[in-house]
Design a protein around this ligand. Structure first.
Ligand code: C5P
Length: 224
């Protein structure tokens, strides 16, 4: 028997990262923040001056990159070849570049087995865009979290301010719309709910209400 997986997919700012982290903590399961992998590839590519149209070069980075996730008091710290990049990978320029590298088939392929390698007992909570459709199609529970672009931009704005990073609300909304478009329209693993996903719109729901709803699903499926 392979370990259980809960897949949490959805666009940026839908609250899936916060939800996935809360569920992993509550269940005592491992957490996979797959967006951080794409962000790390984008950051390393910029640092190494590998072009965003160089698919083979970007796939090499995705294959070889030394990425480590370390759970800490303030969430999960991300280290890239020994360097702490937790804050750096959240910058808006990295968000935009991550969605560009994520559209490339060779990069997605290079990250596929890496992501599957996170699956372990007692279970994995996996957060991303294609966790339920491509990476873990056999997940025991698939949640697709939605929210309006305006609400997501406002949430991202607050997150950045809290982290001491800047960004205009208007600029964030434009960036979110562009990324949504790229993530939803791409040929490789587009952002769509899996057929068997439970879709939840979090626009008017607080994170606690969303967590409560998902927890009921977890209990109903005997995963807690
Ligand atoms: O979730 P996060 O905003 O950190 O993801 C950054 C980018 O990485 C997304 O805009 C998306 O293009 C890409 N991504 C993806 N597939 C995943 C996770 C993230 O394509 N499973």
């Amino acid at each position: 028997m392979t370990a259980a997986v809960i897949a949490i997919d959805g666009p940026s700012g839908s609250g899936k990262g916060t939800l996935a982290e809360a569920l992993a903590r509550r269940l005592g399961w491992r957490l996979l923040d797959s967006g951080a992998l794409y962000r790390s590839v984008a950051l390393a590519a910029a640092q190494r001056k590998v072009g965003f149209d160089d698919e083979a070069g970007l796939a090499d980075i995705a294959r070889q990159l030394g990425i480590e996730f370390r759970p800490g008091d303030a969430g999960i710290a991300v280290r890239l070849d020994g360097q702490d990049v937790t804050l750096q990978i959240r910058a808006e320029s990295v968000s935009a570049n991550a969605s560009r590298v994520a559209a490339l088939w060779a990069v997605r392929k290079a990250l596929l087995e890496r992501q599957r390698g996170f699956r372990c007992e007692p279970g994995l909570v996996a957060d991303g865009r294609d966790m339920g459709t491509v990476v873990f199609p056999d997940a025991q529970l698939k949640v697709f979290l939605e929210a309006s672009p305006e609400e997501r931009a406002a949430r991202r704005h607050k997150q950045l301010i809290d982290k001491g990073l800047g960004g205009s609300l208007r600029g964030l909304l434009v960036g979110i719309r562009e990324r949504d478009e790229r993530d939803r329209q791409r040929v490789e693993s587009p952002l769509v709910p899996a057929q068997d996903a439970v879709v939840i719109d979090s626009t008017a729901l607080g994170i606690d209400a969303v967590e409560q709803r998902v927890w009921q699903l977890i209990e109903a499926r005997g995963l807690s």
